[in-house]
Design a protein around this ligand. Structure first.
Ligand code: SP5
Ligand code: ZN
Length: 344
């Protein structure tokens, strides 16, 4: 398979509030290296570097003021004299707070984020821009060259990033950008299938009022799991988007048989919607030994998932999201890709 990847993410290693302690994030640079090593060990895969970021396309989906904020946060943080290694908020516009963006940097950090599981460090913007460019390049390969499938080895991940908020280790929404590239290349309706353990709240937010991009997500029930405040089955879209959003939340402890039934349901729903291309948010944090997740999928399940995705028989962009069990991460991603290519 064609894999779009590069090493510009290496300088992004941020801090995460875990319990009441700031720790190195579960989402670290070694994740992409592990996946890259597993894929390059198998000679069936070819690597391609990303093209330069199409910033105008980013500004179509995200608030341009938010994108400019992300680009300049670290420089502003340093200029203000902070000596800590990560820029983070401590105050967020929670329920009943509804004012405009403040002028103060720490106020803006709260305004433009929704969680304290990630932060902005010196290498964040370079990594975020590269990750988004990887998704755009992978989608352009599928759209322009007729490549049937391409894997975007994105880091940081993207599916929690909304129109104007970062969180959940995500800053720009890579899968949403891939879908928009496919739309603008002439696919009239595109489906996004999100199989990460966590709900893709950001992707849902970006397309919630659109019917030309359908969004289906399999995830841990938000009553039990991050991102907690979005991802319920009752969320079906708004305005023109009503009927174009499908959430299939499942309880902690979900086994593969039940999960696969939900996958087939989501694929059937997207198929009934008449999608012409597919973007998959590929999180492998559904793995039984994932350190922050509570589903029970096995390494042998990922090739089965890959073959189910291939059976949709659509131009497909696979976009890497979560997966934190380092010892199995490479094998799980490789298994999904090999299963997609019929190598099981
Ligand atoms: C892309 C993605 O998978 N983002 C997930 C973000 C989840 N962040 C919150 C994690 C909280 C982990 N707390 C686990 C404590 C285990 N000791
Ligand atoms: Zn996840």
């Amino acid at each position: 398979m064609l894999i779009v990847a590069d090493n510009a993410h290496l300088g992004h290693h941020c801090l995460e509030l875990d319990g009441s302690k700031l720790m190195p994030s579960w989402e670290g640079p070694e994740r992409a290296t592990i996946v890259q090593d597993a894929l390059s060990a198998s000679e069936r895969h070819e690597f391609l570097a990303p093209n330069q970021l199409d910033r105008a396309l980013v500004d179509e989906l995200h608030d341009p003021a938010y994108v400019a904020f992300l680009e300049t946060t670290w420089t502003r943080w340093v200029a203000e004299g902070h000596d800590s290694e990560a820029a983070m908020a401590f105050c967020w516009p929670a329920r009943r707070f509804d004012g405009p963006a403040p002028s103060d940097l720490i106020g803006q950090l709260g305004y433009y984020s929704f969680a304290a599981d990630c932060s902005v460090v010196a290498g964040t913007w370079t990594a975020v821009a590269s990750s988004a460019a990887i998704a755009q390049t992978a989608a352009a390969r599928v759209a322009d060259t007729g490549a049937g499938v391409c894997f975007a080895l994105c880091r940081p991940p993207g599916h929690h990033a909304s129109v104007d908020q970062f969180g959940g280790y995500c800053y720009l929404n890579n899968a949403a950008l891939a879908a928009q590239v496919l739309r603008e290349s002439g696919h009239t309706r595109v489906g996004i299938l999100d199989i990460d353990y966590h709900h893709g709240n950001g992707t849902q937010d970006i397309f919630y009022e659109r019917s030309d991009v359908m969004f289906a997500s399999l995830h841990a029930d938000p009553r039990q799991e991050f991102p907690f405040f979005l991802g319920h089955a009752s969320e079906q879209g708004r305005g023109a988007g009503v009927g174009s959003n499908l959430n299939l939340p499942m309880p902690h402890g979900t086994e593969f048989a039940e999960w696969l039934t939900a996958l087939d349901q989501a694929l059937a729903w997207l198929g009934d919607g008449g999608i012409e291309a597919l973007v998959v948010s590929v999180g492998v944090d559904t793995f039984v030994d994932d350190p922050i997740s509570q589903f029970r999928l096995a390494t042998t399940d990922y090739p089965v998932i890959g073959s189910r995705l291939a059976a949709a028989n659509l131009p497909t962009v696979l976009v890497l999201e979560g997966g934190y069990a380092h010892e199995a991460l490479g094998q799980n991603v490789l298994g999904l890709i090999d299963g997609f290519e019929g190598e099981i």
